[in-house]
Design a protein around this ligand. Structure first.
Ligand code: PLP
Length: 463
């Protein structure tokens, strides 16, 4: 193992692969149950936990629960822990910065950590020419800011926004108005923002239009032109299209290769901005800094959060300088661009470059994809396998012809995997969401795939 590789697998010393996963107390153990009982009595249960995993500590792609069980983390804290849990260089940067300056709001003052971070981020952003940034704390907040930016730059002359069915952009009111992945997110909260139009996303396996999978992108573009721009709204009134380059929450859906280039060209012809929501797919997850780079398309705005600071809250909007021009006083965030989060963000970029993390994400991602594709030959329940880098979806169906969602089976696969030491969750209605930290080794990833396959096999056989 050369030094670069060994540095990437910094967790091997504490957690050598041969001991992983390790279940010593059937989860949830007694300590976990205690925490869960208190959690239920105190927290509004407005979220859904897939299974009762109570995390105590983590290192790299390993999570130790409060009862001492060791899990391989195949969800990376919902795609946040790109560099793995408690990466030593990120922790060191946080320690150093927290002794220097914890907070001094960018809304009213200046500090050097902001330009220092943004100079680094600028070097990896796929937008050419002059760029400007806005700093917030989360994905939803980044999308809220983007909404105001694209409407503001048009001074209200283009009130409409288009987003995609199946998309997830966050749960604050503006971001939720863009979101359309599950009715429960929106149920009971109307009225949401007006002038937002949802159109089908090119979901090749379940295309909303009656066309072969590879033509689904064209069908969506045609729908926009023929049915939306000709009959619903004049394109001159549309400020922007928001899209995830690969849908995350909606089911890890990869569009056909020609979709984004054609979408961008349609938008350019109509003066409509393209907002690329890279909150989940960005920061190396797909083996590129930003997933949209797979198709060589340049967004006007990019929103990001999750993995940018590998564990600390940081949301960013990056955009063309001529678009990023909300007037003074019109937008800000007290905690946005917190200096400790920015120090962590800088460490993330440094480590990703130094340790060639993108290469690892591509390489291990290919190995996982290959393995999951083999499952299609063995288990009828596996309907579709898709993904890029370490953003991989395995869609389960009750029947390959009807494609009925295998929702119960998904839940059983996830629960069995958890009981056997793998923390993996779902996306969409019946898709296994494989999104480990980008520093996972192939050896460890294959161990996790062995366990997931075991669960899949049992569920396929009705066990
Ligand atoms: N956009 C995408 C693509 C997401 O996946 C998410 C969260 O899952 C968000 C936005 C919202 O981010 P946050 O939960 O940080 O507000």
């Amino acid at each position: 193992m050369n030094s670069v590789v060994s540095e990437m697998f910094y967790y091997y010393e504490k957690y050598p692969p041969e001991i992983l996963p390790k279940i010593t107390v059937e989860p949830p153990g007694p300590k976990a149950r205690e925490v869960i009982e208190k959690d239920h009595s105190l927290l509004m249960q407005s979220f859904v936990r897939w299974y009762p995993l109570v995390a105590k500590t983590g290192l790299g792609p390993v999570i130790e629960d409060v009862d001492g069980n060791l899990f391989i983390d195949m969800n990376a804290g919902i795609a946040v822990m790109g560099l793995g849990h408690n990466h030593p260089k990120v922790v060191e940067a946080i320690k150093r910065q927290s002794e220097k300056l914890l907070h001094y709001s960018l809304t009213d003052f200046y500090y050097e950590e902001a330009p220092q971070y943004l100079e680094e981020l600028s070097r990896v952003i796929p937008i050419k020419g002059g760029r400007k940034f806005f700093l917030g704390n989360s994905g939803a907040e980044a999308n809220e800011a983007a909404l105001k930016i694209v409407r503001g730059v048009n001074e209200g002359r283009r009130p409409y926004i288009i987003s995609f069915i199946g998309s997830f952009h966050g749960r604050t009111t503006g971001a939720m108005s863009l979101t359309a992945s599950k009715p429960v997110h929106r149920k009971g909260f109307q009225p949401l923002l007006p002038a937002i139009i949802h159109v089908p996303y090119p979901y090749p396996y379940r295309c909303a239009f009656n066309v072969p999978p590879e033509d689904c992108g064209d069908a969506v573009i045609g729908f926009l032109e023929e049915w939306i721009f000709r009959r619903v709204v004049d394109p001159s009134e549309v400020a922007a299209v928001f899209a995830e380059p690969i849908q995350g929450e909606g089911g890890y859906v990869v569009p056909p290769d020609d979709f984004f280039p054609k979408l961008k060209s349609l938008l350019e012809r109509n003066g409509i901005l393209f907002v690329d929501d890279e909150v989940q797919a960005g920061m190396g997850r797909t083996g590129k800094w930003f997933a949209i780079e797979h198709w060589g398309v340049e967004p006007d705005l990019i929103t990001m959060a999750k993995a940018v600071a590998s564990g600390l809250p940081l949301g960013v909007v990056a955009g063309r300088e001529d678009v990023m021009r909300l007037p003074p006083g019109s937008h800000a965030s007290t905690f946005g661009g917190n200096p400790v989060a920015l120090a962590a963000g800088r460490a993330v970029i440094e480590v990703m470059k130094e340790e060639k993390i993108l290469d690892n994400a591509s390489r291990v991602g290919e190995a996982i994809l290959k393995r999951a594709r083999e499952w299609m030959d063995t288990y009828d329940i596996v309907g579709d396998v898709r993904g890029k880098g370490l953003m991989i979806g395995v869609e389960l169906v009750k029947n390959r012809s009807t494609k009925e969602y295998a929702k119960k089976e998904l839940s059983e696969v996830l629960t069995k995997s958890y009981k056997r030491g793998i923390a993996v969750i779902g996306a969409g209605f019946s898709t296994i969401r494989i999104a480990p930290p980008l520093v996972i080794s192939e050896e460890l990833a294959m161990k996790a795939m062995d366990v997931i396959e075991g669960a899949l096999k049992d569920v396929s056989h009705g066990l």
